[in-house]
Design a binder for this molecule. Sequence first.
Ligand code: ADP
Length: 276
Amino acid sequence: MAATVSWLVLPSDAGPSILVYLRDLTEQRRLDQLRADFIANASHEIKTPLASLSGFIQTLHGAARHDEAARDRFLPIMAKQAERMARLIDNLMSLSRVEMRAHLKPQGEVAIAELVEQACEALEPMAAEADVTVAVESEVGDVTVLGDRDELTQVFINLVHNAIKYGGNGGSVQVKLKRQRSGSQDMIAISVEDDGPGILGQHLPRLTERFYRVAGAAGHEKGGTGLGLAIVKHVVNRHRGELRIASEVGSGSKFTVLLAEHKSNLGLLEVAFKPT
Ligand code: ADP
């Protein structure tokens, strides 16, 4: 155990007494290590597209200065690298924003079915391009949860985006909203299920780690950042919800987010103050 010790001498009638403080630093050290690893990984991920961009710029300035064919070939690749870098930085900023507010439970009233529908609509062009159908089915009416609208939107964008991207061309994605009891709480379960290649069991516990990507998986080459599910996990935790992942190779994957239903107490107030 790593610890710091400090003490205080307190005078009293019965003679001085000494107050000793012991502070366990193990958790602090673990967090410092996590932070250092995160910075190292993030720098590495940003340096890769940056190094590639610098290489292309040098070539276009030097050997290929007057080579129009090379320019036409390189520019789209350079644009892709720049987009990837922008995506990485956006994701890193989202993650750090959520982490900074991890201790604060968001309190906005969010109509969850509408939010999920809108997230799916935003991905329609991508689904159409991949020839994937996205169907939303809700059994919960217009219930609300307490949350942060932007963060929850990002959760469902990330999950549906992954389902389209990894589900594969011509596939289908089912998004369902249901009521579910968990302990003493009424929860809303929102599941995003694809019929893609699925994920080997050994990867499942690590999927929400930052930068974790399944090497060699279909869609791996599609320029992901490995941060999407880490963001999902952090947002769900901040909402005191739960993320469940089920997948089987050959049968697709299902990501379920459970959020507590918010019961507005307006109804109760109405009854309480009903004039007799
Ligand atoms: P990425 O930016 O790589 O998509 P994520 O954190 O969103 O990062 O996902 C981590 C990894 O989990 C992905 O690289 C992929 O290998 C795997 N994965 C995520 N969603 C699915 C899915 N629906 N089907 C198959 N694999 C998936």
